[in-house]
Design a protein around this ligand. Structure first.
Ligand SMILES: [Fe+2]
Ligand SMILES: [Fe+2]
Length: 196
């Protein structure tokens, strides 16, 4: 009798997830985006008192298929992750970030959808400042959001609506993301990585 499936890991650990990401993603910009989204998910896992490693992995792997097959995103990624034994809670969140129409029935899914574009937008806001994340406030990010020519491809409505769906005050939402990115940048620098 085969009981092997019983011992199949429900989840990769964070380092295994990062190695998996690097197998599929070679572009530096997408690695940075994945790390930024991970940073915000870690910050929110702490805020909501949720499982930090699971939330971290959902952020890290949400765009795993985007470079390889953007037209099948995120569904190809879901196949890859199911094959690795990633739990259905993470799969649901990753599926949910793919489009407006997908269901987002969990806090993890709503959070991932609310911080995906926003995380890279905050990184872009930090990049044009001499002190980068240091001293970056929700007010300056809001100003950038109002400046249509800045990071013009970012969908402002999606950022607003998804934060409402998460039932977060917008200032508080920005604060959590900014602080999460800032703290994670310090940690990543020690590993020779950067969000910037
Ligand atoms: Fe995506
Ligand atoms: Fe993304």
């Amino acid at each position: 009798m085969k009981y092997n499936y019983l011992f199949r890991s429900d989840i990769l650990n964070r380092e295994e997830a990062f190695e998996l990401l690097k197998e599929y993603v070679k572009e530096d910009s997408l690695i940075k985006h994945s790390l930024a989204v991970e940073s915000s998910m870690i910050a929110y896992a702490k805020y909501f008192d949720e499982d930090i490693e699971k939330w971290s992995i959902s952020g890290l792997l949400h765009d795993i298929d985007f470079e390889m097959c953007p037209e099948e995103h995120p569904y190809k990624g879901i196949e890859i992750l199911r094959d690795k034994g990633i739990g259905e809670d993470i799969i649901h969140a990753i599926k949910g970030h793919g489009s407006k129409e997908e269901e987002r029935n969990s806090l993890m899914a709503k959070t991932l959808y609310a911080i995906d574009e926003l995380s890279s937008f905050v990184v872009a806001s930090a990049l044009v400042r001499p002190t980068k994340f240091e001293g970056l406030k929700p007010k300056s990010v809001k100003k950038k959001l109002k400046t249509k020519s800045f990071a013009a491809a970012v969908d402002r409505d999606q950022i607003k609506e998804s934060s409402q769906d998460l039932e977060m005050d917008f200032n508080e939402h920005l604060n959590i993301v900014i602080e999460g990115l800032k703290n994670r940048e310090e940690e990543l620098n020690k590993e020779g990585l950067s969000l910037l």
